[in-house]
Write a protein that binds this ligand. Structure first.
Ligand code: HEC
Ligand SMILES: [Cu+2]
Length: 346
């Protein structure tokens, strides 16, 4: 008798502790927004705001059910616990109760279903006619972005104007990748030989980028396959896109000329395009025409700085495991010419 009573006490204490830990885990997931730049709880597009409010509704309803049932379980196990000399009353069925506990879940499901269907309906619409067209191509392990209407090809940093729909066509050059900007869009696979689509309308312009990354394991440097989305005010986007569509500034200084010659001599032109340089038309690696205007390099895994360019050129695989740019065993003199050249590709 005594042992079964202490057993029950243990169960009650254990359930209280479990409820406490769960509550803490769930609420800590919402906290610390500054430290969670890839949190889906900080939506910044029309679509992610919709999805997030739907999520919150389901989450709150589930929370009410969860805590209600836990509380009732605790209360009943205390109130109706075994007592000496008492025998529980035996009976079969209670229609009123059965109707109530069937209707309540039905009601909850209906309350969740109506906004779910309407959100699915709205987010599955065709994008508006004036949407900005972007083709995003996954490569092991970097992202290529093309703006067919604007004549732009760039890599790893996507610029989009605020308050205008962006229609993204997703492709892959090799294996399956996945395109995901947690604050701006859902997550959709980039498949070889098949085009997927996704669109979103960013609503919050800001100088800091939205962090994003490949969300489908795609090989050795999957974790280093990141990208950034800059949501610009309309004017800034116009300025950016004009620059991004232009050719490189033809080298005039001796340093720039030597750098461009080295870029050809070292074979970089076989894999990299520099618009305006007639021999640099390679398509294997990122387009470098305006490389220096990007804030990061090697798929946003590090800052774009002279030191990092130097490290990269000395041994790409040492910086990014498995990187598909070969180690060209460049001489220190060649690297000395290439670093300022790349830094000048504004
Ligand atoms: C065989 C093809 C190939 C050759 C040759 C090659 N690269 Fe690359 N390069 C790549 C690939 C692929 C990447 C993307 C690597 C990644 O991020 O995973 C890359 C990335 C880069 C980047 C970073 C670009 C960015 O936006 O992140 C720079 C800079 C670069 N290469 C410069 C050079 C220079 C300079 C040379 C010549 C010395 C050269 N590459 C030769 C394939 C090549
Ligand atoms: Cu990946």
């Amino acid at each position: 008798m005594g042992s079964s009573r202490s057993g029950r006490a243990t169960i009650i204490i254990a359930s209280l502790v479990a409820v406490g830990i769960l509550t803490w885990a769930v609420f800590s997931a919402f906290a610390g927004s500054a430290n969670t730049p890839q949190s889906t709880f900080l939506p910044a597009s029309i679509q992610t705001v919709r999805v997030n409010s739907l999520y919150m509704l389901v989450f709150i309803l589930a929370g009410i059910v969860f805590f209600g049932i836990m509380a009732l379980t605790l209360i009943f196990s205390l109130m109706y616990r075994e007592r000496p000399g008492q025998v529980a009353r035996q009976f079969h069925g209670n229609s009123k109760l059965e109707v109530v506990w069937t209707l309540i879940p039905v009601l909850i499901v209906v309350v969740m279903a109506i906004p779910t269907f309407s959100t699915i309906h709205d987010t599955a619409q065709e994008p508006p006619k004036d949407a900005l067209q972007v083709i995003a191509i996954g490569h092991q392990w970097w992202f290529e972005f093309q703006y067919p209407e604007l004549g732009i090809t760039t890599a790893n940093e996507l610029h989009v104007p605020v308050d205008r729909a962006v229609y993204i066509t997703l492709e892959s050059k090799d294996v399956i990748h996945s395109f995901w900007v947690p604050q701006l869009s859902g997550k959709i696979d980039m498949m070889p030989g098949h085009r997927n689509h996704l669109w979103f309308t960013p609503t919050v312009a800001r100088p800091e980028p939205y962090l994003a990354q490949c969300a489908e394991f795609c090989g050795m440097s999957h974790a280093n396959m990141r990208f950034r989305v800059f949501v610009d005010p309309a004017n800034d986007f116009a300025t950016w896109s004009k620059g991004a569509a232009s050719d490189r500034v033809a080298p005039t200084s001796d340093i720039a000329k030597a750098g461009e010659a080295q870029f050809t001599a070292a074979g970089c032109i076989g894999c990299h395009t520099v618009q305006g340089n007639p021999v640099a038309v390679g398509k294997i690696g990122p387009n470098l025409t305006h490389f220096a205007s990007r804030t990061t390099m090697a798929s946003a895994m590090m800052d774009n700085s002279p030191e990092n360019i130097r490290r990269w050129l000395s041994n790409p695989q040492a910086v990014k495991p498995g990187a598909l740019m070969p180690n060209l065993h460049l001489s220190p003199d060649a690297i000395d010419k290439l670093v300022p050249y790349l830094g000048g590709l504004k």
